[in-house]
Design a protein around this ligand. Structure first.
Ligand code: SF4
Length: 447
């Protein structure tokens, strides 16, 4: 079960809840909301099936492996405890869950905090004095105290053929800008030093609101990602933007990076580089433009880190398409790359496309791509030897060394910087000099 639960002591009087949080950072934010509300109502979180009065499982349903993992987690909770409430992405497929696990008490979909609370109340009424338990300002976080995910919207208006998020989570629904900024301010007041801005399609923020103007702190603010990002930057903490679809207005976000409002870190899932495959994926297909844009962004923001993800073995991907992708990577020299083989998710439009790529070919292409990217990453990180950087400390290891990250490393997905011979605590900023690097991580000394 989630280690977060183990940190909280159980009062003999309060009803006890076990919580399993699976899935992406967006699901983590949902988990935090549910846990914060339960804790505020006086429930206790426990890290042991036997001590729990019931167990909530926040599931993921993005790819088949995640569905498997979620169903297994539900099965384990049922076996060990017996009283289980399911929520999250897989919850959108209630029939599937009930078919495999007919004994679950309730099933709700993603973003369903109120429904989860109602299901808990029905099974386990809240204790009488909710104010007995103290809720830290900023709510309860599943991430370490010094960084926090800030979800700014839910759902997506795109129709990438490999993805079922729009059908699971619905169209884009942006949170009001004032509400997002209030939450960000509360997090910063609670000690958060880095805000990780997430949504399924972060750069589309506000499109569903027609970019309407709202008032925050007595000032009119348009509901646009550029405005929101700059306001978050004004809070004086690191702001990292994730999952940016390659829209034309990304250029304005790059300006904000050049001006220092947000971290110079562009996380753009490009998915492929062959125009034919991008078209079949229903993604923007002009990769010559993308190379030109990358060049221009790097010119505008020296030290910019570019992260992307790619799918190999998409239906119809020929050897020539794959070579186009490798050529793109050679030329673009991205800093961080994640790659996956195509996985036919139940309900995705791409499943109907001809030209399925055999598993063995998919794996072979994935290995080739990763080998190429490793050599690029190794070269790029070696270029940083001797460079002086500001890092944020995440953890102090038993041997006294520090695990830290610079603007170039997002938590949980990128490498780390190991700082030797330094004393600091998680959440401290340090100035360091890079002394060694491999293809993922770097070593540094304090200045
Ligand atoms: S933009 Fe992202 S969330 Fe939206 S359909 Fe495409 S892959 Fe899915």
């Amino acid at each position: 079960m989630d280690s977060f639960s183990q940190a909280l002591p159980r009062s003999a009087m309060s009803p006890a809840i076990g919580f399993i949080s699976l899935g992406c950072p967006k699901a983590t934010v949902d988990s935090e909301r549910i846990l914060s509300r339960l804790r505020a109502e006086g429930y206790t979180m426990v890290g042991d099936y036997q001590q729990a009065d019931l167990v909530i499982v926040n599931t993921c349903g993005f790819i088949d492996a995640a569905v498997e993992e979620s169903l297994e987690a539900i099965g384990e909770a049922l076996e060990e405890n017996g009283r289980v409430i399911v929520t999250g992405c897989l919850g959108a497929k209630a029939e599937l869950i009930r078919e495999v696990h007919p004994k679950v008490m309730a099933v709700t979909g993603p973003e369903a905090v109120d429904e989860v609370l109602a299901a808990v109340h029905a099974a386990l009424p809240p204790p009488h004095d909710p104010f007995e338990s103290l809720l830290p300002p900023g709510g309860l976080k599943l991430t370490p105290r010094h960084y926090a995910y800030l979800k700014i919207a839910e759902g997506c208006n795109q129709s990438c053929t490999f993805c079922i998020i729009p059908s699971m989570r619905g169209p884009l629904v942006s949170r009001p800008i004032g509400e997002v900024l209030d939450e960000a301010q509360a997090l910063v007041s609670a000690g958060v030093k880095e805000l990780l801005v997430v949504a399924q399609d972060t750069a589309a923020y506000g499109a569903d609101l027609r970019y309407r103007t709202a008032f925050w702190g007595g000032r009119p603010l348009k509901s646009r990602i550029e405005v929101l990002a700059e306001e978050l930057g004004r809070l004086g903490v690191w702001v990292r933007l994730h999952y940016l679809y390659p829209y034309p207005h990304l250029d304005r976000l790059v300006e904000l990076m050049a001006e220092g409002w947000v971290l110079p870190y562009l996380d753009i899932p490009l998915q492929h580089a062959s125009p034919a495959i991008l078209k079949a994926m229903r993604r923007p297909a002009k990769q010559e433009n993308m190379l030109r844009r990358i060049e221009e962004w790097r010119r505008r923001v020296p030290g910019l880190t570019l992260r992307s993800t790619f799918i190999v073995g998409f239906p119809g991907e020929s050897e020539a398409d794959f070579e186009t992708l490798l050529d793109f990577l050679r030329e673009a020299r991205l800093d961080r790359v994640g790659a996956f083989t195509y996985s036919p998710v139940d309900g995705a439009a791409a499943n109907a496309l001809p030209g399925a790529v055999p598993e063995a070919v998919q794996q072979e292409r994935l290995q080739r791509l990763m080998a190429l990217q490793e050599s690029i990453s190794r070269e790029k990180l070696a270029e940083s030897l001797g460079r002086r950087l500001t890092v944020l400390v995440d953890e102090v290891l038993e041997d006294g060394r520090l695990l830290a990250r610079s603007a170039a490393e997002a938590p949980e997905i990128d490498g780390v910087i190991v700082v030797e011979e330094a004393r600091a605590a998680p959440g401290d900023f340090l100035e360091v000099e890079i002394t060694a690097a491999d293809e993922h991580d770097r070593l540094a000394h304090p200045l």
